[in-house]
Design a protein around this ligand. Structure first.
Ligand code: NAP
Length: 291
């Protein structure tokens, strides 16, 4: 039996452990990155390297991406020496990045028309911990034949893989995931602040609410970190990127998103004022009486 050859581009916090899990499962993996020094952990785990996305696509069956945003995906596929130039029918791109669903649709159609490659958008949930453990929840969009082509790698990286519909549907599902998480976290931040202002130790809230209807993994993990005062490193702009994408899809589909819009602006305000556009930054806004 031929072993599927995998190419991996985007070896960051998420992509590196995913690529390493594929290597551990016995898949041959070839990597490319614009910053070659950052590829070393993958090389140490047994990966080969390629001089360009084009060369990588020419020798691999399945090309996985886990880069920052829509522009980054477009540039590695369609830029100079991009994947498109080395691709052909029978090969598939699987994009694990969180990008605009309309971009995914366009990239999938363009790839199929220009070189015959298949496309699956497969954004992930579970964070770097889930990537390391190989338990990511993956929500996929694409044609049934392309989904079948990527299924063999799922046991190595995912605890749950769900086909949600055509190209773009995986990404809209991921944006729903982000909407639910961020709206819940804003509510938790507000509740912790009310408790603290009443003189209750906010650290005791997650314990006191355990097992009730407000209990959740978010209450048990994030709320504890938020209650401690958030001395963590700012987490950058990814949360805001995802919320802006959700708002944009809301506008295109004429779906009013009042809660998501409000929470998005809270993330933006917290990034502007605290350098952290996540729930920890939102908690700081409450603590500083900036809301
Ligand atoms: N972190 C999370 O908790 C999490 C959870 C779920 C989903 N995601 C999504 O997963 C994706 C990756 O996130 P991450 O946290 O792994 O990000 P990251 O650590 O910043 O890694 C991003 C990777 O993309 C590469 N890259 C960016 N722009 C590129 C370009 N134009 N050409 C080539 N390579 C490029 C970077 O290369 P360089 O090293 O050369 O910059 C880096 O390897 C994002 O779409 C994010 O929204 C993240």
């Amino acid at each position: 039996m031929n072993v599927m050859k995998i190419g991996f581009i985007g070896l960051g916090r998420m992509g590196m452990p995913m690529a390493q899990n594929l290597l551990k499962a016995g898949f041959p993996v070839t990597v490319w990155g614009r910053t070659s020094s950052k590829l070393q952990p993958a090389i140490d785990s047994g990966a080969q390297t390629s001089p360009s996305p084009k060369d990588l696509a020419a020798i691999c069956d399945l090309i996985a991406l886990c880069v920052t945003d829509t522009n980054a995906v477009e540039s590695v596929i369609f830029g100079a020496d991009g994947i498109e130039a080395g691709g052909s029918a029978g090969k598939t791109v699987i994009d694990f990045s969180t990008i605009h669903p309309d971009g995914a649709k366009q990239f999938g159609n363009r790839l199929r028309e220009s070189c015959g490659m298949g496309w699956v958008d497969a954004p992930v949930s579970g964070g770097p911990g889930g990537a390391e453990a190989g338990t990511l929840a993956i929500m996929a969009g694409g044609k049934a034949a392309d989904i079948d082509a990527v299924r063999p790698i799922m046991p190595a990286i995912s605890g749950l893989f769900t086909h949600m519909g055509p190209a773009g549907a995986g990404l809209v599902t991921k944006l729903c995931n982000q909407m639910i998480i961020n709206a819940s976290l804003a509510g938790i931040a507000e509740a912790l602040t009310l408790a603290a202002n009443y003189g209750i130790d906010a650290n005791t809230l997650p314990d006191a609410l355990t097992g009730g209807w407000a209990d959740s993994p978010l209450l048990q993990s994030h709320a504890r970190r938020m209650a401690k005062g958030g001395d963590e490193k700012p987490m950058g702009g990814m949360w805001l990127k995802d919320m802006d994408l959700a708002c944009d899809v809301g506008r295109h589909t004429k779906t009013p998103l009042p809660v998501t819009s409000l929470v998005t602006e809270m993330c933006r305000m917290s990034r502007e004022r605290t350098g952290d556009g996540t729930q920890i930054g939102i908690m700081r806004l409450y603590a500083d009486k900036a809301l």
